[in-house]
Design a protein around this ligand. Structure first.
Ligand SMILES: *[C@@H]1O[C@H](CO)[C@@H](O)[C@H](O)[C@H]1NC(C)=O
Ligand SMILES: *[C@@H]1O[C@H](CO)[C@@H](O)[C@H](O)[C@H]1NC(C)=O
Ligand SMILES: *[C@@H]1O[C@H](CO)[C@@H](O)[C@H](O)[C@H]1NC(C)=O
Ligand SMILES: *[C@@H]1O[C@H](CO)[C@@H](O)[C@H](O)[C@H]1NC(C)=O
Length: 286
């Protein structure tokens, strides 16, 4: 038991170190909300900046259930109960709810076809029932989950190895396409192209092949990946949100953000992002 506890605490500390190593200065939350539409220019369109939630510590691994317009993410908790916690934010009402029952809830994924929600914590994967606000154990008992993604099947990478696995009918298998690679962030687009990052950068790779193409250069650390409602891929880097140009295999700056931690979209295709303390939505003014 003691051994198990020690390993858990160790992996937690390591997760924290990884997070903190890519952290600059956590600034006090700016809660100003500009009714006059004074947000940034995105694609030359003036946007308004709506702060949806303040006073969070590094909101991470954002994902949206488009059917209910609910954002899922995790954040760091300190004090008596140190670690991570999953939470949800209703993007229509801004209602914020902590998700209990997942020890160190860290990674969130939504199955777009069934709208089922999966959460990875420090001792396995849980399935979350939004209406009952209840998480039930699902699989990978005793495994510290790093990232999680759902398309046709459940994918997850574990901590600290960062190997990527699939979970099919209770069976856990190393994902063949990426068996030679570490996986930090992971996503599959609507054309079945894999997008993944590791410490060497961001890559794309046609599913069923082992031919990875670097699309970021090597000196970049991806903090999050997402698809918008049209299937376009966006990446979160510390200095902002980038669009992935799939034909050019390149990243293009979409919007500058000071210390960005995560990216997602709402069901109207508006950008939602996290900085070090807030969850923010940008909507075009007109
Ligand atoms: C997970 O494994 C532990 C230790 O083997 C066991 O005590 C526990 O019951 C298992 N949990 C579930 C939900 O299977
Ligand atoms: C990251 O992925 C690329 C493409 O698969 C691979 O060449 C590289 O070795 C990987 N880096 C690490 C640290 O695993
Ligand atoms: C690998 O992908 C690159 C870029 O998409 C392409 O130019 C190259 O032909 C591919 N190689 C193989 C063996 O498929
Ligand atoms: C990708 O880059 C090419 C060349 O710069 C450009 O013509 C194209 O519009 C870009 N695609 C997207 C989706 O931005």
């Amino acid at each position: 038991m003691l051994v198990v506890m020690n390993t858990r605490i160790q992996t937690l500390i390591m997760k924290l170190v990884i997070l903190i190593s890519s952290l600059v200065i956590v600034q006090a939350g700016v809660t100003k909300r500009d009714a006059q539409c004074e947000g940034p220019l995105v694609n030359e369109v003036q946007h308004s900046k709506d702060v949806l939630k303040t006073d969070l510590d590094r909101p991470y691994l954002l994902t949206t259930d488009f059917s209910s317009n609910t954002l899922y993410f995790s954040y760091t908790i300190k004090g008596e109960e140190e670690g991570f916690k999953s939470a949800k934010l209703n993007l229509n009402t801004k209602e914020f709810t902590d998700i209990d029952g997942v020890p160190n809830g860290f990674a969130q994924a939504v199955d777009e076809s069934t709208h089922e929600v999966y959460i990875g914590g420090s001792d396995g994967i849980y399935k979350y029932k939004p209406n009952a606000n209840k998480a039930d154990f699902f699989g990978a008992n005793g495994t510290d989950i790093w990232t999680i993604y759902y398309k046709d099947v459940l994918y997850f990478s574990i901590f600290p190895s960062q190997f990527l696995y699939t979970f099919v009918d209770g069976e856990i298998t190393r994902f063949k396409d990426l068996e030679d690679t570490l996986v930090d962030s992971f996503l599959i687009d609507n054309e079945n192209t894999l997008f993944f990052s590791n410490s060497s950068g961001l890559y794309s790779q046609k599913k069923g092949t082992k031919n990875a193409t670097n699309i970021s250069g090597e000196d970049i650390r991806i903090r999050g990946l997402t698809k918008n409602k049209d299937g376009d891929v966006y990446a979160c880097v510390q200095d902002g949100i980038y669009t992935v140009n799939k034909t050019q295999h390149s990243l293009e700056k979409y919007v500058d953000i000071d210390d960005a931690f995560g990216v997602a979209f709402d069901n109207q295709n508006n950008l939602v992002y996290a900085d070090a303390t807030n969850v923010v939505r940008l909507t075009p003014c007109n």
